[in-house]
Ligand binder design. Structure first.
Ligand code: ADP
Ligand code: MG
Length: 253
């Protein structure tokens, strides 16, 4: 039975690609108002796990649920509707459009399939609603001053935050972030971490895949460690840091 605090439950998840078992009997959960980091060496199964949750891949076994509702093999639009939003490893903003336009278009694309055409057919009232929602999320992430700047003129750190604003437009309960700190400068990482803590403290949950250990150890409430498709450890940053199995996996011993 699921306890009331469980938002995302991954229960004996499995994914096989031909003869390769990318995710092998992995179980963990994400509670409400919690930041969980998924770490592990290259090829450990982090991206595959992420893609199982977001509906990009279909499971070979196990059960994944959001607030008790089974999302196994649910298509990505369905998973979004259940309150799970994601950002991607590489920035996908349109550089010569404004921050506002990027967030508004992204928000619209998430809600509807095949949306570029339908966006052009929006009536004035719908367009105004969409822009207002986008502006609200831009303010929430602290980028109001940049709202009319071209996305391509922002720093990489600010661009990552624009992507988060875009994800927030669907009003998610759970935010999935794929390597959000990659390529950022120290100060930008600190600003990103502060934003994620702010979102968590407002009631949101975050599941992130991240290679930057400093960032993860400073930010995560809990860490799940994968190696060769299997969960080898789970615990607080302090416990994970000194876990012999984790150290061994990272040293490749
Ligand atoms: P990570 O994100 O932790 O680096 P992945 O989840 O990308 O690891 O990969 C886990 C394993 O699954 C690797 O051995 C990888 O080669 C394999 N794999 C991932 N995606 C596919 C795919 N589409 N087809 C075949 N093998 C895959
Ligand atoms: Mg990966």
């Amino acid at each position: 039975a699921e306890t009331p605090g469980v938002l995302l439950q991954i229960d004996h998840a499995r994914k096989q690609f031909g003869g390769v078992v990318a995710v092998n009997d992995v179980s963990f959960d994400v509670q409400t108002r919690e930041i969980v980091a998924l770490i592990g060496p290259n090829g450990a199964g982090k991206s595959t796990t992420f893609n199982l949750v977001t509906g990009v891949l279909t499971s070979s076994g196990g059960r994944i649920s959001v607030l008790g509702k089974n999302i196994n093999n649910a298509p990505p639009q369905e998973v979004v509707k259940l309150g799970v939003a994601r950002t991607f490893q590489h920035v996908k903003l349109v550089p010569d459009m404004s921050v506002l336009e990027n967030v508004a278009i992204g928000a619209h694309l998430r809600g509807h399939a095949g949306a570029v055409a339908s966006m052009l057919r929006l009536d004035r009232a719908d367009e105004a609603k969409l822009l207002a929602e986008a502006a609200r999320q831009i303010e929430r992430v602290g980028l109001s001053e940049q709202i009319n700047q071209l996305a391509g003129s922002l720093s990489l750190g600010q661009q990552r935050i624009v992507e988060i604003a875009r994800a927030l437009c669907v009003d998610p309960m759970l935010l999935l972030l794929d390597e959000p700190a990659a390529g950022l400068r120290h100060m930008e990482k600190q600003q990103l971490a502060a934003l994620l803590r702010q979102l968590r403290d407002g009631g949101m949950s975050v599941l992130l895949v991240e290679h930057d250990m400093g960032f993860v150890m400073d930010l995560a409430d809990r860490i799940v460690v994968l190696d060769f498709g299997t969960k080898i450890a789970e615990g607080t940053p302090a416990a994970i840091k000194t876990n012999p199995d984790v150290i061994k996996a990272y040293l490749g011993a």
